[in-house]
Design a protein around this ligand. Structure first.
Ligand code: KG4
Ligand code: ZN
Length: 347
């Protein structure tokens, strides 16, 4: 039996404090402890993430989560450390990094700084079925609050960004549209819920850059169209306005999903990939999950569709531990004295 490596991971890049203990070997991956403390209720009253508030909250939560995960085994519970070092909010990232550095200094165990986006890619690998089909080249659609990227994966830890947003991320398009419509932060899940009872054809919203032949995205025009539609809507009666809200939610969601699916299919064909990953917060969207799966099934039936499990979609430390495991097994380790926050680090 190959010995499993126990990786302790810390994630504090945005508005979730997360700590995980993952045991992984060539044949088995087991998430032993996985704790996430979400700050969403704290930031909701500001309508978005406030970096200084996020950092303070990470300070309070990180030690508490570490104590719960390490339990009675303490510093003996893990063999190596993985910590998110970017991209993200600088002050927030530093909290997790400092905790990781102290643990590495005290134990002398290896530490790796992990890219948060590589973590999102690894979230798909946490699924047993997906791991069985892990064959390169693969394409990943990363869709979150800050990122919309099509990443070509030619080998383990070898990436090339083949498409990205020129302005807003897909999650931002959801969140900003929701804000314009008076919905709480983060707006994506609220739009998805309202859309269940709306008519996606009610409003003819733009599908920016959908047929321009490129693999890049642009969502800021959509936000403007939502503003104009919503503000121009006559306040006839409350009932009509509520219906318009549901229809607009459904129309926005459909527009975003149409663009994401079209570009992903184009890229999958262009690069003749064997699998397509769908990861990041927006991949929680049921319409996106279903539409992409159905489109692949119809147009590229030999390509394996690999969305990440619902449990690992939003920010978590299990995905950071998994990416850390990839790096550590490639022989990578970093000097704890030199690990720094890299707020703009791309994959
Ligand atoms: O990956 P994530 O948790 O954090 C970042 O790294 O940004 O993604 C958060 C984003 C938010 O924009 C949120 O509105 C969006 O994911 N989101 C959704 C849904 N659930 C979360 N967007 C659309 N539909 C959903 N069901
Ligand atoms: Zn994320």
């Amino acid at each position: 039996m190959p010995k499993a490596l126990k990786v302790l991971a810390i994630e504090t890049s945005c508005d979730e404090t997360a700590v995980c203990l993952l045991s992984a070997s060539k044949t088995k991956v087991n998430v032993e402890h996985d704790l996430v403390s979400s700050q969403i209720p704290i930031h909701q009253k500001y309508g978005g993430v406030v970096p200084e508030v996020a950092a303070r909250s990470h300070v309070a939560e990180t030690v508490s989560l570490l104590m719960q995960v390490l339990g009675t085994k303490g510093l003996k519970a893990f063999d190596a450390i993985a910590v998110t070092s970017g991209p993200g909010l600088a002050t927030a990232l530093r909290v997790g990094i400092e905790a990781g550095r102290v643990l590495a200094m005290l134990t002398g165990k290896p530490i790796v700084g992990v890219n948060h986006l590589e973590g999102h890619l690894a979230s798909a690998w946490l699924n047993t079925e997906n791991r069985k089909h892990w064959k390169f080249p693969m394409l990943a659609l990363i869709v979150s609050g800050g990122h919309t990227e099509l990443v070509l994966m030619n080998a383990q830890c070898k990436y090339r960004i083949v498409g990205q947003t020129r302005d807003d991320a897909a999650g931002e398009a959801f969140d900003k549209s929701a804000k314009l419509m008076g919905l709480p932060y983060p707006g994506g899940p609220h739009i998805a819920k309202l859309a269940l009872e709306g008519d996606a054809k009610a409003f003819d919203l733009p599908r920016p850059m959908m047929n321009d032949g490129s693999l890049d995205f642009s969502f800021s025009g959509l936000k403007t169209a939502v503003r104009q539609t919503w503000e121009g809507w006559p306040i006839a009666t409350e009932v009509l306005r509520e219906k318009a809200k549901r229809d607009l939610a459904a129309s926005v969601q459909q527009a975003i999903v149409d663009v994401l699916v079209a570009k992903t299919l184009t890229a999958a064909k262009k690069y003749k990939v064997k699998g397509v990953l769908l990861v990041g917060g927006v991949s929680a969207n049921a319409l996106l999950r279903e539409t992409l799966g159905a489109a692949l099934q119809e147009q590229l039936p030999t390509v394996t569709y690999m969305p990440s499990d619902k449990a690992y979609i939003t920010d978590n430390a299990a995905m950071i531990a998994a990416a850390g495991y990839w790096r550590l097994t490639k022989g990578e380790k970093h000097d704890w004295k030199k690990i720094e926050a890299k707020p703009e680090w791309n994959i």
